[in-house]
Design a protein around this ligand. Structure first.
Ligand code: HSE
Length: 396
């Protein structure tokens, strides 16, 4: 029998409890032993709840119980999630989480603590929801060279873009629906402004290149300024607008990471990733292009990824063979200036005049849209100096 504790009885925490209960038979068959949730820690009152007897308010109860070998941190946010995770690892308990904020901000500290205490810190659910992506990167691709990763990593914004641009829903209604469905963050600005995608690509980049960059140094744009006109123009060019998180090792050895809405062409596997789905396209030296696809958010799909980590830990617990993942915090100087990456830009300006050498897409309602040749953002800004720019979106 393996005993664990779930910290935080919110959306994903309650999903995990539900899944461990519903899948008890499958889990026992897979692990060769029963998995019991001994405690659920939450500071709120759950009077009369069927699981009331398991619910405790004080995390120290878990820390001090030698029977608990696995802690599922399902709190969200940086604190106390980080502090509880560190304390659990130091107490010799493995920790699993879906908390991308903690992994992006404190991953290197927690991974080091896990290694020192010979336990695991696993976070499959922190990127891509249900999609197995962390494990393939840790295991299958660990000896390959990752050239580039492009991903739709936020279910909420992909859902909003799909509902707004294909189904004609307003931004506010689409956002509210994504909250009702349990996709959005507690503060949905993290989704809409690209911060959640930024944390996730910082994690993937750290797995690929061994260094994690602070999110405040990563160029990050969200979807607030995307309009239906942008989408119509994109469709004219057989493109869809997607919030793309990107990391790439450049020829000078620097690492490029950025998050921005991008014109995604029809021949990209990411073009048809819609609704709450995520897609992650990895280009690796030996493996070539790999595409990972699945539900990027939601209570049960995300809980499924957490359960996969728990299963991995249980299977390794007796032999103590959890492979340590380690990365270090990168020096800021090693980050490539994202404005220097070469691509085409879609631009829309007031009036009917455009810079020279561009391809016009549409001209109506007093605005003209066009696409530049391949260039960088500094050159594009220079090109637009004498225009009133309404929209500027790069190609993937
Ligand atoms: N708010 C996140 C998303 C949840 O929409 O992708 C999953 O990380």
């Amino acid at each position: 029998m393996i005993k664990m504790a779930v910290i935080g009885f919110g959306n994903i925490g309650s999903g995990l409890v539900q899944l461990v209960t519903e899948n008890a038979e499958v889990i026992e068959k897979d692990l060769g032993c029963k998995l019991e949730i001994k405690y659920i820690v939450d500071i709120r009152d759950f009077k009369g709840h069927p699981l009331e007897s398991k619910i405790v308010k004080d995390f120290n109860v878990v820390l001090e119980d030698p029977e608990v070998s696995i802690v599922a941190e399902m709190i969200g946010g940086s604190h106390p999630a980080f502090d509880f995770s560190l304390a659990a690892l130091k107490a010799g308990k493995s920790v699993v989480t879906s908390n991308k904020e903690v992994v992006a901000n404190f991953g290197e500290v927690l991974l080091k603590a896990a290694k020192e205490n010979k336990v695991a810190y696993l976070f499959e659910a922190a990127v891509g929801g249900a999609i197995p992506i962390i494990r393939p990167m840790r295991e299958s691709l660990s000896s390959d060279v990752i050239n580039e990763i492009n991903g739709i990593l936020n279910g909420t914004t992909n859902f909003i873009l799909t509902k707004m641009l294909s189904d004609g829903m307003s931004f506010d209604d689409a956002l509210q629906l994504s909250r009702d469905l349990g996709y959005a963050e507690a503060n949905p600005s993290a989704d809409v402004d690209g911060i959640d995608s930024c944390r996730k690509i910082a994690i993937l980049s750290a797995l690929a290149y061994g260094k994690v960059f602070s999110c405040d140094k990563i160029s990050t744009q969200g979807i607030r300024n995307i309009s239906r006109r942008d989408a119509e123009d994109a469709a004219k060019m057989s493109c869809a607008i997607k919030l793309i998180a990107h990391t790439e090792k450049m020829s000078d050895g620097k690492i490029l990471i950025d998050v921005a809405p991008k014109f995604t062409e029809i021949d990209s596997p990411l073009y048809s990733v819609s609704d709450v789905f995520n897609g992650i396209l990895i280009s690796a030296k030996a493996s070539g292009d790999l595409m990972f696809y699945g539900r990027g958010a939601g209570k049960i799909p995300t809980a499924g990824a957490v359960l996969a980590d728990i299963a991995e830990i249980v299977k390794h617990i007796s032999i103590g063979q959890i492979p340590p993942v380690l990365w270090k915090r990168a020096e800021d100087a090693e980050l490539f200036d994202s404005k220097l990456q070469m691509t085409r830009f879609y631009c829309r300006v007031k009036g009917d005049k455009t810079p020279e050498g561009v391809s016009i897409i549409s001209s109506k309602d007093g605005e003209t849209s066009f696409v530049t040749a391949v260039t960088n953002e500094y050159e594009t800004e220079k090109m637009l100096e004498n225009f009133v720019c309404v929209s500027k979106i790069r190609f993937m």
